[in-house]
Write a protein that binds this ligand. Sequence first.
Ligand SMILES: C[S@@+](CC[C@H](N)C(=O)[O-])C[C@H]1O[C@@H](n2cnc3c(N)ncnc32)[C@H](O)[C@@H]1O
Length: 172
Amino acid sequence: MSGAKTKRPELREQRRRGRHRCWDHLIVAPLWVAYDANLGTLLRTCDAVGGCLAVPRTPHYRQALAKGDTLKGRRPCIHWVAPSKEVWLDEQRAAGKRLVAVELAEGATPLPRLEPARDSTVLLLGHEHHGIPDAVLAQVDECVEIPMIGWGASLNVAVAGSLVAYRLAGLS
Ligand SMILES: C[S@@+](CC[C@H](N)C(=O)[O-])C[C@H]1O[C@@H](n2cnc3c(N)ncnc32)[C@H](O)[C@@H]1O
């Protein structure tokens, strides 16, 4: 690192690839996530990995994302989930997308063994207190669990979603 000459602001500029283009390969779907800060963080992760964000079309999500959008308008595209989460999930399945849930669950794939996404994938994230509903978990193609060795029972949902999104995007 001693030979590094390029300054950080220049590096930031060099590494910008330009505006988001929706190519539907990875859609991060925090359909049950409630807190504004977590939604804002996930929006930035989508930008970083070239993914899209999908959230219910409700005033709560619109306001949370307007508040949490720190990307100065150059944010990734948002897919509005309507008329209901159930119908939208059925449509994604019918369109051939893989549904991957990030959740603590029996039989889940440990994160280090997760392969980058080859097919178009929807990444589901659960509520801060209640997780992903069991009925939804029963229908996903794969569930991913992030191993933890500490005392806490779970990670912050935006951290968990970001770790898995990076892996699916083939960037970690
Ligand atoms: C704070 S956790 C929910 C904990 C909730 N009390 C429960 O028991 O389901 C919120 C969300 O973060 C994600 N999450 C957090 N830690 C995780 C882990 N270690 N592995 C997989 N998903 C995790 C899941 O999507 C989960 O639904």
